[in-house]
Design a protein around this ligand. Sequence first.
Ligand SMILES: Cc1cc2nc3c(=O)[nH]c(=O)nc-3n(C[C@H](O)[C@H](O)[C@H](O)COP(=O)(O)O)c2cc1C
Length: 322
Amino acid sequence: MTTFKEMVHVAWDAAWNHGQVDALDDIVDPEYALENTELGRTSGLAELKAQIREMRAAMPDLQTIVEIVIVDGEDFAIFWSATGTFLNPFGDVPPNGRTLKARGAVQGTLRNGLIMRERVAWDPSIEMLADLGSPGLGSAFEDAGTSISEGRPDDSPSFEDLKEFNRKFVSGVTAVTVRDTAGRPRGLAVSAYMSLSLDPPLVVVCVQNTSSTYPALFEARHLGINILSHSQKNVVEKFASKSNDKFAGIDWHTGPAGSPLIHGASASVEAEIKERFRAKTHVVIIARVLHLEVSDIAPMVYKAGKFFDGASLEEIKISGNS
Ligand SMILES: Cc1cc2nc3c(=O)[nH]c(=O)nc-3n(C[C@H](O)[C@H](O)[C@H](O)COP(=O)(O)O)c2cc1C
């Protein structure tokens, strides 16, 4: 008679190494549940099959090996290892050509010799992406209904109302810059910048995932944030465009970690990317400032789609605010 251990080896190899995900039907109970304690969610066999397909699509050479299967009464544990090359997108995460080398384990409960419940200790949306150099994407895979990446409830404000609200907010304009894998300087105009904390020195930028700079921002470990000066109209025009070489005709230098920093900016920082969170159309990047350059040149001001000279602002005196 075929043992559970033998069945696991056969079904696992068929599903993970050959994409025959229906082979898993032979080793799971009809009420199978996959628990992910880290993400606080439980899913079923259909989701597991979809996840395997997605991982195999992202890493076409994915090979996984069942190293040990331990069965103790109704309890079991499977220890596995995997290798694969990240060649195609995984969800919204662009491939980076890196090689995954991972080891993990699942443990769970059997019913009538079939897997009824299992807990994962390694989740592709967190550990796999972290192993592949794209950490901090857990939120991209939150459950429907709880995620900020969900659609609009009926009573949400209209886009027009939201735009009207946003038009009241005054900001500067930055050029977020980065080196792509070929070492080419890349960048885009970004007004969605803020200082998050001084200690640790963290900053935030938000970038739309349709941006051509987005893959480079995923691949990179560092980025530059240049607060543009009131005289850098040409830089905004270039960095808000889809030009292939936005740095042509623009003077820039390299920060200590290699990020492009633009001459004549009001201020520039180079920062190490620490976290990336996906919010449907955008990615929120949190980075730790490593290097600062601050000039006396007044910044450019952006309000309601128009640009203003930050040198000619009229101060409003607020009592107690010296
Ligand atoms: C004033 C201004 C502010 C902008 N702010 C942002 C922003 O915060 N995030 C973003 O992703 N795009 C922003 N954009 C749009 C991008 O700069 C623009 O889509 C650019 O063409 C993207 O270039 P890329 O696709 O080559 O990366 C802004 C554009 C302007 C003019």
